[in-house]
Design a protein around this ligand. Structure first.
Ligand SMILES: NC(=O)c1ccc[n+]([C@@H]2O[C@H](COP(=O)([O-])OP(=O)(O)OC[C@H]3O[C@@H](n4cnc5c(N)ncnc54)[C@H](O)[C@@H]3O)[C@@H](O)[C@H]2O)c1
Ligand SMILES: N[C@H](C(=O)O)[C@H](O)COP(=O)(O)O
Length: 355
């Protein structure tokens, strides 16, 4: 993928694409609320069905103004930069009426179309980053498209190959960032061991090291690596992945100048004395790392895809259909606002690196 480098004009807010996610979930509401709350510093352009968003915004707060644009108009004329008195929407029409809390596979492809428009917009230089509201993976599959997550979809559509999912949030007490990256993403547990290879772990460690340096401004990231098995394999008596794959991958990364250490038993690694001074913990699979992160930071965490040729962040939660079914005003927008802040900070770091 080649992207046109965004130019920041003095006095013009940076523009970020916000895909509104599953329309029957809380995504549309948190996208509107967060875009409106942050409008003075960032131009969050919503990608979704314009009529549906206008109706939702009017219900949230009649003071919220939206201006709708067609994708074709933006393709032809570029992204207009309105003032902070309104939110821009690029219309990506839905195919079916939305009932909050009720999934409809008829809308699955329209959700994917918002992701495609966001990627197109970064490639065209309209946006500096993409923030994604939560979508329902099962609905996209029900619509006939094999889909395991934004992470994998963005990797495929941008030609990135290997990418890394990392979630980050503030630790209670210190407020220091807790960052948890995953060696495998949305993979059935029984496939995890076979997916952990020396080459794959090498790429994961390289991506974490590079992105923490360039997009987060950390001069020499320290990465703590979990084992896969209980007690990191107990010297081979409880599994051999640590001996055969993880330890050699860490040693090879160290030889390339990466500050990685481990493998450590995952059950005891997440305590302050180990986390102090660490910039990232690398877990081997989704539910090894994310429950710890979400327990510590839920509602304030951000999901970041490392290794992409674009900046993409998201929330730390899902579609919350239970809340959407109860009506507007139930969902916490904290993670969405954090995802916007993180995308903006990463865009600023990337611009600084290019100077
Ligand atoms: N970024 C994403 O697109 C993303 C992230 C996580 C999960 N998902 C998807 O979301 C769907 C539902 O997943 P789930 O049920 O496991 O998790 P969920 O996060 O939707 O819900 C889990 C619980 O957290 C609550 N919750 C979630 N977000 C909240 C918010 N902003 N404010 C207050 N409470 C909130 C819900 O009410 C529910 O009780 C799945 O399809 C999953 O794959 C998408
Ligand atoms: N694994 C993420 C989480 O638990 O928060 C979530 O499923 C979203 O993943 P994508 O960003 O790949 O859609």
């Amino acid at each position: 993928m080649s992207a046109t480098s965004p130019q920041r004009r003095p006095g013009v807010r940076p523009a970020i694409a916000v895909t509104i996610g599953e329309p029957a979930g809380i995504g549309p509401e948190i996208s509107i609320r967060a875009a409106w709350a942050r409008r003075h510093e960032v131009n969050c352009v919503l990608l979704g069905d314009a009529a549906f968003l206008a109706m939702t915004a009017a219900e949230i707060d009649p003071a919220i103004r939206l201006s709708s644009l067609s994708l074709m108009a933006v393709r032809n004329g570029g992204l207009p930069h309105f003032g902070a008195d309104r939110i821009s929407v690029i219309d990506v029409p839905l195919d079916a009426h939305v009932v909050p809390g009720r999934l409809d596979k008829e809308n699955g492809r329209a959700v994917l179309a918002t992701l495609d428009a966001a990627i197109e917009g970064v490639q065209a230089g309209w946006f500096e980053a993409v923030v994604t509201a939560p979508l329902q993976k099962s609905t996209i599959n029900d619509a006939g498209v094999k889909f395991s997550g934004h992470t994998e979809y963005f990797a495929e559509k941008t030609g990135a190959g290997q990418v890394v999912m990392m979630l980050a949030g503030p630790q209670a007490g210190s407020g220091d960032a807790l960052r948890v990256a995953l060696a495998t993403t949305h993979l059935p547990l029984k496939q995890v061991s076979a997916a952990l290879t020396l080459d794959g772990l090498a790429r994961v460690l390289d991506i974490i090291d590079a992105d923490l340096r360039h997009k987060f401004g950390i001069a020499r990231p320290r990465i703590l690596v979990c084992g896969l098995n209980p007690h990191a394999g107990e010297g081979g008596y409880l599994g051999r992945e640590e001996i055969d794959t993880i330890t050699p991958a860490i040693a090879a990364a160290q030889a390339r100048g990466i500050d990685a250490a481990g493998p450590y038993p995952a059950d005891t690694l997440f305590q302050p004395k180990y986390l102090q001074g660490a910039d990232c913990v690398l877990a081997m699979y989704h539910d090894q790392g994310l429950p710890v992160l979400k327990y510590a930071t839920f509602g304030h965490g951000v999901n970041i895809t490392l290794g992409l040729p674009l900046i993409r962040t998201s929330v730390d939660h899902g579609t919350a259909l239970d809340l959407a079914a109860q009506g507007l005003g139930q969902a916490d927008c904290g993670s969405m606002e954090q995802a916007i802040s993180a995308a903006l900070a990463m865009a600023n770091n990337s611009l600084d690196n290019k100077k």
